[in-house]
Design a protein around this ligand. Structure first.
Ligand code: ARG
Length: 462
């Protein structure tokens, strides 16, 4: 019999039970649900709805259920719809009438909201830790590659020389912002909705601050309608996860590209690559490709929940039960991606020789030639045209800029002197870009040092 069956003349059919029941996925919230119920029963005790003895019975009953769920001896029933009613039914079966008092001054609407927030809070903290591991790995690799010169690209064409360290620290900044976004979202969701009840609060003098602090929230939601209607926190989590996945995907795309025969900048560790069932020579970057591919489902989950919520009148509507699977899938996907990405990156072998060869091969130092002229008084626009013509003649002769003679340079501009040869060495082009945020090794070193300080303080007071 349903816990809400009093008003009905007949039972729901099996199709309906299967259709609207969420226990198959919201059983993931069992721990939060039990913790939430214990806190709620404490508030019931405080306002005299249950006695000390009843409180002790409820608490003990719920703790027993928790143990049994964890040891795998409990089978949930779709007839009881969701995790909340399954646990309540189990409790009543175990402790009798007292169990039926637990749902006083509470609704599944505030119950599910508090469970979901607690779950997400915990998962986001885990993710922050995983991203911190990624940030640490990036600083470690960057530190060893301060002068590993490589081409910087725009439009995927050689643009200006940079270093591997500089390139990796660009990702550091992106993932650092991802931690910030996740943390903002975690901190914003840190208000307990418990006591909002169905939508209009309750007539009982429930101590909402008490349950909030027992459950580790830093305060309570300010409006009971909002308390049960809000799913912004889940959407923010999906949005922050989408941006994080987009960053991972860009990085994976580069690893895939760099591991091609054409680039040859990296070699993946065997543990993170796979072979082909027909082509014996193949070593495929499957892990990186899968991460790139999994972005699709995370974006999909974000769009899914935004769409679920967009037309809902206040307060709770059953549509909102659709919030969970996308969030759970996103948690699993992002955690799974990070768990493979971090060791894949840590074991990646960088081929500095190939990178250096690529830097030397084209006209990546052309801006530096123009800057050379500009520093000697030639207007930059004029210098740009002179160097453009120089590049044009190099292309015709099949030569890079550093294979031209001083006479060749002097032919296009008398301003060139012997020191042009030094000015266009990739290492000097990079070193000369010692503006804050630039690729010069001394600047990147400073950035790494600051980043390490940031990492050391990341979990202080958290
Ligand atoms: N399983 C439901 C959900 O996840 C719990 C809340 C149900 N509330 C209700 N009034 N039907 O949304």
């Amino acid at each position: 019999m349903k816990l809400w069956s009093g008003r009905f003349k007949k039972e729901t059919g099996k199709e309906m039970d299967d259709f609207h029941s969420s226990i198959s996925f919201d059983m993931r919230l069992y721990k939060q649900d039990i913790k939430g119920s214990i806190a709620h029963s404490k508030a019931l005790l405080k306002c005299g709805i249950i006695t000390q003895e009843e409180y002790a019975n409820i608490k003990e009953g719920l703790e027993g259920i928790l143990e049994d769920i964890e040891s795998g001896t409990i089978r949930f029933d779709t007839g009881y719809e969701d995790i909340h009613m399954n646990i309540e039914k189990l409790l009543t079966d175990r402790i009798g009438e007292t169990g039926k008092k637990l749902h006083t001054a509470r609704s599944r609407n505030d119950q599910v909201a508090v469970d979901f927030k607690m779950y997400l809070r915990e998962q986001i903290k885990d993710l922050e830790l995983s991203i911190a591991g990624l940030l640490r790995t990036l600083t470690d690799i960057a530190e060893q590659n301060l002068d590993a010169f490589m081409p910087g690209y725009t439009h995927l064409q050689h643009a200006q020389p940079v270093t591997l360290a500089h390139h990796l620290m660009a990702y550091f900044e992106m993932f650092k912002r991802d931690v910030g976004r996740l943390r903002d979202c975690r901190q914003r969701m840190d208000k307990s909705p418990l006591g909002s009840c169905a939508l209009a609060g309750t007539t009982y003098p429930l101590d909402r601050e008490l349950t909030a602090s027992l459950l580790g929230f830093n305060g309570i939601t300010a409006n009971s309608l909002d308390g049960v209607s809000d799913r912004d926190y889940a959407i923010e989590f999906l949005a922050a996860s989408s941006v994080l996945m987009m960053h991972l995907s860009r990085f994976c795309e580069e690893i895939i590209l760099w591991s091609t025969g054409e680039f040859g900048f990296v070699e993946l560790d065997d543990a993170y690559s796979t072979g082909s069932s027909i082509m014996p020579q193949k070593k495929n970057p499957d892990a990186a490709e899968l991460i790139r591919g999994k972005v699709g489902r995370v974006y999909g989950n974000l769009m899914g929940l935004l769409t679920v919520m967009k037309g809902l009148p206040l307060a709770y509507n059953k549509d909102m039960q659709e919030d969970k699977e996308g969030v759970f899938d996103t948690v699993d996907t992002v955690k799974g991606c990070l768990s493979v990405f971090v060791p894949m990156l840590a074991t990646l072998k960088f081929n500095k020789t190939a990178m250096y060869k690529a830097v030397k091969s084209g006209f990546i130092n052309a801006t530096d030639v123009a800057d050379y002229l500009a520093k000697k008084g030639v207007p930059f626009r004029t210098a740009h045209r002179i160097v453009g013509e120089l590049v044009q003649s190099c292309i015709q002769r099949g030569l890079p800029l550093d294979r031209l003679s001083l006479e060749d340079y002097k032919r296009v501009s008398p301003v060139f002197e012997e020191d042009i040869m030094d000015a266009i060495k990739p290492e000097n082009c990079v070193k000369a870009r010692s503006i804050p945020g630039g690729p010069a090794p001394q600047q990147v070193k400073k950035h790494i040092e600051k980043s390490r300080e940031f990492l050391a303080g990341l979990f202080e007071n958290q």
